[in-house]
Design a protein around this ligand. Structure first.
Ligand code: ZN
Length: 463
């Protein structure tokens, strides 16, 4: 009875908040459902015939979960997934309630697979409630320090969660991230590794944003023969205590960057997968690789994986293109040093001069502490930008950081989001590309403005 009331209440709330345009409406329905029936997530998850998958990590959760969803569908399964960004328990509860019938069951339950993007700190609770058959870890970077404390704290939380998974659960791990790879040591079930072996993608020298420098076993510094980005690469303990990158089962053997996307060759047991995706940057190659590795662990055939990837369109807001007043605008979310470094590297890769707008906010969803910008290699932009507009409520912090990178002669500071965006568009030549790189809350504002302006040509000339 309780469960039926919870599901009904969630459905009604979701429908109402959609009608009243209160946004996507996932937090409130989930909260209400959990309040009425605190056991709704474990009880509903048990009814998913194919079990559940958790996708977590600092960067790439949304894109990876989205890619995996497409693959799973191509394999004939019907995923039950939470919305992008609704990655706490209430988001999972809302997704389950929405997908269920009023009797608490799922139509076509046999083919139903839970596929949930889960916030780093929510992994233990989600794992207890969902009893997942698979947990996929993407990477562990410094992110929103004031929310979670040290990277080490998140690693410890994950270790505890992995210990309790039980031996029928598989963990899918990034072999190139030492903090993620270390989780294999506490797993009681199977561990499947994925990694990059196209060493032409390695960057020169170790970056500033190294979040996993010391061996968790003996404390010595890691040594890298290849660094791909941040602390991802081919690594081993400098004291040779035996802690080292393991050979992955699912391997990116070739990664080719194109201006509008990426071509990948992925090798796995039972065949190869080649894919071309409308996503740029090495970090997205890792997202594709992670999704493919999870699909392999789920027993999905290479042919279905390839079809699933083919049907992919870029995840909400992570990387999207719009045309505004003849300028092509690409919005790329960046929220931590490693992510932003990789974005800067991608933008500047072809050596041509670029127009760039950086938006730095310090809302809760952005991380209140903006000191992470000091770990970003803005030097990458030197000699490669034509205009550099800086905005957001912490625009002046960003401007100061850019001054130290020697870019102050290019920087235009404008705190107001709409005005800044207009200026940046004006600075971009017609038919040119503007790269807009916001933090999370800034992304929401920027998207809304751009979507509105995209429908009216040359809006700034009349504004
Ligand atoms: Zn060691």
């Amino acid at each position: 009875m309780r469960r039926i009331a919870a599901i009904a209440a969630a459905k009604v709330t979701a429908a109402l908040s959609q009608r009243l345009k209160m946004g996507g409406g996932t937090a409130l329905p989930g909260l209400i459902a959990e309040r009425i029936d605190p056991n709704i997530v474990p009880e509903m998850a048990r009814r998913l015939g194919q079990g559940s998958v958790i996708v977590t990590g600092t960067n790439g959760k949304t894109t990876t979960a989205r890619l995996l969803r497409g693959i799973v569908r191509a394999a004939g399964l019907r995923p039950v997934a939470n919305r992008a960004g609704s990655n706490l328990m209430r988001g999972i509860a809302a997704a389950l309630a929405q997908a269920a019938g009023l009797d608490g069951g799922f139509a076509g339950a046999k083919r139903r697979l839970g596929l949930f993007e889960v916030d780093e700190a929510t992994v233990p609770e989600a794992a207890r409630a969902l009893r997942p058959r698979l947990v996929l870890f993407t990477n562990l970077f410094r992110d929103q320090l004031d929310r979670y404390g040290e990277v080490e704290y998140v690693a410890a939380v994950w270790r505890d969660a992995v210990r309790t998974l039980g031996d029928s659960a598989t963990v899918v791990l990034n072999a190139d991230d030492p903090s993620i790879a270390a989780l294999a040591r506490v797993a009681t079930g199977q561990a499947l590794f994925y990694g990059v072996e196209d060493t032409s993608r390695a960057s020169e020298g170790l970056e500033h944003a190294a979040d996993a420098r010391w061996c968790s076993s003996c404390g010595s510094e890691f040594v890298y023969s290849e660094v791909f980005y941040g602390h991802l690469g081919h690594w081993h303990c400098g004291a040779n205590c035996g802690v080292a990158r393991r050979s992955p089962l699912v391997v990116a053997t070739r990664i080719e960057m194109e201006p509008e996307g990426t071509r990948l060759m992925i090798t796995m047991p039972g065949g190869d997968v080649s894919a071309r995706l409308p996503l740029t940057g090495l970090y997205n190659a890792y997202n594709v690789l992670a999704a493919v590795a999870a699909a392999v662990a789920l027993g999905i055939e290479p042919e279905a994986i390839e079809r699933g990837l083919g049907a992919f369109t870029a995840a909400f807001g992570r990387q999207e293109r719009l045309t505004v007043g003849g300028r092509r605008v690409q919005v790329i979310l960046a929220k931590n040093p490693a992510g932003l470094n990789e974005v800067l590297r991608t933008i500047t890769a072809d050596g041509e001069e670029k127009d760039v707008a950086l938006f730095l906010n310090d809302g809760i969803a952005d991380g209140r502490d903006v000191s992470w910008i000091w770990d970003v290699d803005f030097d990458l932009l030197a000699g490669k930008v034509r205009s550099l507009t800086v905005s957001g409520n912490r625009a002046w912090d960003m401007a100061l950081r850019l001054k130290y990178a020697g870019l102050d002669s290019l920087v235009e500071v404008e705190e107001d989001t709409a005005t800044a965006l207009r200026r940046a568009l004006r600075a971009t030549p017609e038919d040119g590309n503007l790269y807009v790189v916001p933090t999370y809350t800034a992304m929401l504002q920027v998207r809304e403005l751009l979507a509105r302006w995209a429908r009216q040509p040359a809006f700034w000339e009349t504004a």
